[in-house]
Design a protein around this ligand. Structure first.
Ligand code: SP5
Ligand code: ZN
Length: 342
């Protein structure tokens, strides 16, 4: 399997994040991508190359233009206003407040375009976001031109980013842009299977009223786990999208047998939808030792995920999402890919 990877991710570094009780170094850090990159070499998964530049026209079909325009302005405006450190929001237009008046100050704009404080900026962040987007589209091109599969080693991740909001370490929804790219290239239907520990709230929101992208999420129950507020089993789509969104919330402590049963159900729904392409939002924060997840998958489970997905016999694009147990992130993420190739 070919991998696309950009060294430009590395400029998105040194961020801090809010955690219960204080401010800590961001869990989403450069070593994540570097360790996966190294593991690809160790197991000889296949060649790794850098992305080609792509414009944001496809992204503008899944994100609002004003949101995309905002992202590159954050760090320059933050600096110009005399601030330093990590740029992050701290006030949001929640229920009862006005979310329809775009503000002018940078700190207000950060809140206007986010659902949490988890999408933070430093100097190199926009360049990393753009390289991650380009990585997804370059890898999608490999699949579009006949490869059975490809791996977009994206960083930062994307599945929490919605049409006009960032959050949860995510800015541009790389998997969603890739899905749109396949459709624009002639695919009639695309499925997105999100196996990250957290619900892909951004991906769900983007495609909720559409029937040309089927979205399936296997994740921790949002009643008690981040990102909360979306990802319940009764969310099945709306309008033309009714019946094309599928959520499989699972409790803390979930291990392989229960998780695999949900995967099995998701796979039969995918088979029934008969998509032309499958996109896997690949998060490995389901791992037993993940510092922010509470599932109990073990390293030997990841190749099994890959094998089951391969059984669908679909052209498949893997897009990297979460996973914070850096020591094992390479073994687990690449384990899915080698399992797929068996
Ligand atoms: C892409 C992705 O996986 N984003 C996840 C963002 C999660 N942000 C909230 C993290 C909350 C961590 N609190 C856990 C405390 C255990 N030390
Ligand atoms: Zn996650």
């Amino acid at each position: 399997m070919k991998t696309i990877f950009s060294p430009r991710h590395a400029g998105h570094a040194g961020n801090v994040e809010l955690e219960e009780g204080g401010i800590v170094p961001a869990y989403e850090k450069p070593s994540r991508a570097e360790i996966i990159r190294a593991r690809i070499n160790t197991v000889s998964l296949g060649p790794v190359s850098e992305p080609e530049e792509h414009d944001l026209e496809t992204a503008a079909k899944v994100h609002r233009r004003d949101y995309l325009d905002f992202l590159p302005t954050v760090w320059p405006e933050w600096e110009q206003s005399g601030r330093s450190g990590t740029a992050m929001p701290f006030a949001w237009p929640t229920r009862g407040l006005r979310g329809d008046v775009p503000p002018t100050s940078i700190i207000a704009k950060l809140g206007f375009y986010s659902f949490d404080a988890g999408a933070t900026f430093v100097k190199g962040t926009w360049d990393a976001i753009k390289s991650s987007h380009d990585t997804a589209l370059t890898a999608a091109n490999l699949v579009r031109s006949g490869e059975r599969s490809a791996f977009a080693l994206c960083r930062p991740p994307g599945h929490h980013a919605g049409s006009n909001f960032m959050g949860g370490y995510c800015f541009i929804n790389n998997a969603a842009v890739a899905a749109q790219w396949f459709l624009d290239g002639g695919a009639r239907r695309v499925s997105i299977l999100d196996v990250d520990y957290h619900h892909g709230n951004g991906t769900q929101q983007i495609f909720y009223a559409r029937n040309d992208v089927q979205v399936l999420n296997l994740h921790a129950d949002p009643m008690s786990e981040y990102p909360f507020f979306l990802g319940h089993a009764d969310e099945t789509g709306e309008g033309e999208g009714q019946g094309f969104n599928h959520n499989f919330p699972m409790p803390a402590g979930t291990s392989w047998v229960q998780w695999a049963a949900a995967l099995e159900e998701a796979c039969s729904l995918i088979a029934g939808y008969e998509p032309d392409v499958l996109i896997v939002s690949l998060g490995v924060d389901t791992f037993e030792r993940d510092p922010i997840g509470r599932f109990k998958l073990v390293s030997d489970d990841y190749p099994k995920i890959g094998r089951r997905i391969a059984g669908l016999k679909l052209p498949t694009l893997f897009v990297m999402e979460g996973g914070y147990a850096v020591e094992e992130i390479g073994i687990n993420a690449v384990g899915v890919l080698t399992g797929f190739e068996e």
